[in-house]
Design a protein around this ligand. Sequence first.
Ligand code: CMC
Length: 429
Amino acid sequence: MGALKLHERKELQVAELTVADTRITLPIFYGTEGEKALDISKLRSETGFVTLDPAYMNTASCTSEITYLDGENGILRYRGYPIEQVAEKACFLEVSYLLLHGELPTAVQFEAFRSELRDHATISPFCQNMIRSFPTHAHPMGALAAITAALSAENAAYLAQDLPQSQRQEVTAQLMQQLKSVAAYFYRHMNGLTFVESNPRLDYCEDFLTMLFGACPTAEAVRALNVLLILHADHEQNCSTSTVRLVGSSKANPYATISAGISALWGPLHGGANQAVIEMLEAIRKEGGGVKKFIEKAKSKKDAFVLMGFGHRVYKNFDPRAVIIKKACDDVLEKLHVHDPLLDIAKALEAEALQDSYFIERKLYPNVDFYSGIIYKALGIPVTMFTVLFALGRLPGWLAQWQEMLTASGMKIGRPRQIYVGSGKRDWK
Ligand code: CMC
């Protein structure tokens, strides 16, 4: 039926595909690090065929200059900088600037960026009332998604179909600054506490922790949160980022677009895994019987239980973020003098899984969510807020990807095809 012949010599960057007697030439597209893609944009018009790729296991939906990820070798880089160096040397706002602008800021540029954020420090009465209108037991991710979309109600200037670059930058600063406050205010609301206003002259994480707890945080807590948010800041075309690009490609406004990303992140297979990991570890602690029992449950195809915080679509060796987080977890708990039995259970689970052929053969390793919740817990952050923290961390990545998508040459609305397998035509009786 079909034959694919590759000519990978640099001077011949094409593949020849023969489908049902039609021969077409597919350009080969090379990424910076040698990743290879077949450009199939003319496939349907020239052969009548489309590709079928459920869950996008083999599909690159875009080209991007923001984040490089090599799952086989456990490599993650933001704008070329290795994640290990970024996590060690930067603060979250510097990383946000890097993702959004492509380069690290000079001192003057960084101050200007912080000043852009400061312009949006006030949370409007409308937004405060909306926070107060939620039941205190509501999940904060639902509230964050709803309130983010609702910010469109009082920002008509940013709802235009084609925002100029200056306005995209303004709304980016507004979302970065205000979602931090919305998250902290919602925590205070859940706990029946009065709101603590943002002091954007503080470091982003110091300000957030102060708004959350109403007291000055320790340097260890600020550093730990910086590292966690940095590790979450971007991760190329994951589920929520792809959602942001898809929704944004309809020229939906930035509030609706980011709200959609927050909703996608909430799922337990994605960002919601950080909450699910702690709930799983708690359940293991309560039920007892040793970690082996739960490893067997995770392996059984008759049991719905899976090891939350394990496995990744792209990383098939190790998740470099998990390596950094595991070390940070040990350091933070030691510095804060916290002994958490859940950390012992997590380490025992990891050790058991990593020597089990089921996990070895399937290349399942701890991911970013396996240890992050233990750090959040040590900082005094409640479990239902964990995914909100992930969302605050991912926000600069979403915004950078949204801007890159809107400004890409030949930008079009995202619209996958399908293969219809339902009933053939039939008449209404
Ligand atoms: N526990 C037990 N078995 C697993 C797990 C797990 N955590 N993850 C994958 N497998 C098995 C899966 O059952 C399948 O087995 P088989 O080949 O026998 O059918 C095999 O490993 C391949 O898994 P998959 O489901 O086809 O892999 P995927 O790329 O579609 O899914 C994943 C990736 C992350 C959704 C999945 O590994 C998972 O559900 N993990 C637990 C949830 C989690 O930790 N999510 C956070 C991901 S990282 C942060 C983020 O993206 O936000």
